[in-house]
Ligand binder design. Structure first.
Ligand SMILES: [Mg+2]
Length: 284
């Protein structure tokens, strides 16, 4: 790990942003670049495009990289790990994986992905969460019979309700709840019955139940503790930095953020960022 071994040159980055990247210019050289996964690095629940995989591998040569998502490690496996087969062990050692918003943490050590920790819900918390969300979904008429995979998932540190199953096609999901009204009413009713837990809107048709205070800001704060890299030296790239988005807590935390609309945007941004980081690294 290169962390903490040197001071990185501070300077103003003046890269041209992709036309629809909305955030203000980044003013410092990050020591770690963190990414949301779905619709930031890859289409929702889909593998990385080979072009994005190449960019990520290049990025691992010049900085620490984190991927943080509400999804579980099996999704990281399918979307990310399985598509970084050309990365060397040395490169992968700079990649930090944070499934379920950083309640789990994986590092590549001695040639394999190792779980560093997992903060799981207790059996009682899981049982109550599963019972409440199923009962309320049925009462509201949101318990679908035609689904793509199970509606309820025990992700260890998180219980997830996916109205149509995890593997539902994007178009079907979008059509199910175009305004987010169903998801929000389910979320509110379940939250009222689970006051000690936190019920949050996840993806387009999903609701996540975790311990209180678990969101991407929690994960990023953990990451700063784990790596010794201050939040001020990190950059976060996400597609849902709007007030209702699941990336918004990172912005509120004060981490420098770059808003994108899909992986093509992220790729365009990385094509500018990587040469800058490489130049900063060689100038050390
Ligand atoms: Mg996203």
């Amino acid at each position: 790990m290169q962390r903490g071994t040197r001071t990185i040159e501070r300077r103003t980055r003046t890269a041209t942003r992709p036309h629809n990247v909305k955030e203000t210019p980044v003013t410092t050289t990050p020591r770690l670049v963190a990414f949301d996964l779905d619709d930031t690095l890859a289409p929702s629940k889909s593998p990385l495009d080979p072009a994005m995989a190449s960019l990520l591998i290049e990025l691992l040569d010049v900085t620490e990289v984190c991927i943080i998502s509400g999804g579980q490690i099996s999704q990281f496996q399918m979307q990310v790990i399985d598509n970084l087969t050309t990365a060397s062990d040395a490169q992968l050692e700079h990649l930090h994986l944070m499934p379920t918003c950083g309640t789990q943490y994986y590092l590549h050590q001695n040639g394999a992905w190792n779980q560093i920790y997992a903060q799981n819900l207790t059996d009682d918390e899981k049982a109550r969460a599963l019972e409440v969300v199923e009962r309320i979904a049925k009462k509201l008429g949101y318990w679908e019979t035609e689904t793509w995979g199970p509606i309820l998932e025990d992700r260890g540190s998180q219980i997830t309700f996916s109205a149509l199953g995890q593997a539902a096609p994007v178009a079907v999901k979008t059509a199910w709840d175009p305004t987010g009204e169903k998801k929000n009413s389910l979320r509110e009713a379940a939250q009222a019955e689970l006051p000690d837990l936190e019920v949050r809107a996840g993806g387009s048709t999903s609701v996540d139940i975790t311990r209180q205070g678990i969101d991407k800001a929690y994960g990023m704060t953990k990451l700063a503790d784990l790596t010794g890299i201050p939040l001020d030296d990190m950059l976060f790239v996400g597609d849902r930095l709007d007030e209702n988005g699941n990336d918004y807590p990172v912005k509120v935390l004060g981490v420098e953020c770059v808003a994108v609309e899909g992986w093509h945007d992220t790729a365009a941004y990385l094509e500018k960022l990587i040469p800058e980081l490489r130049a900063a690294k060689s100038a050390e």
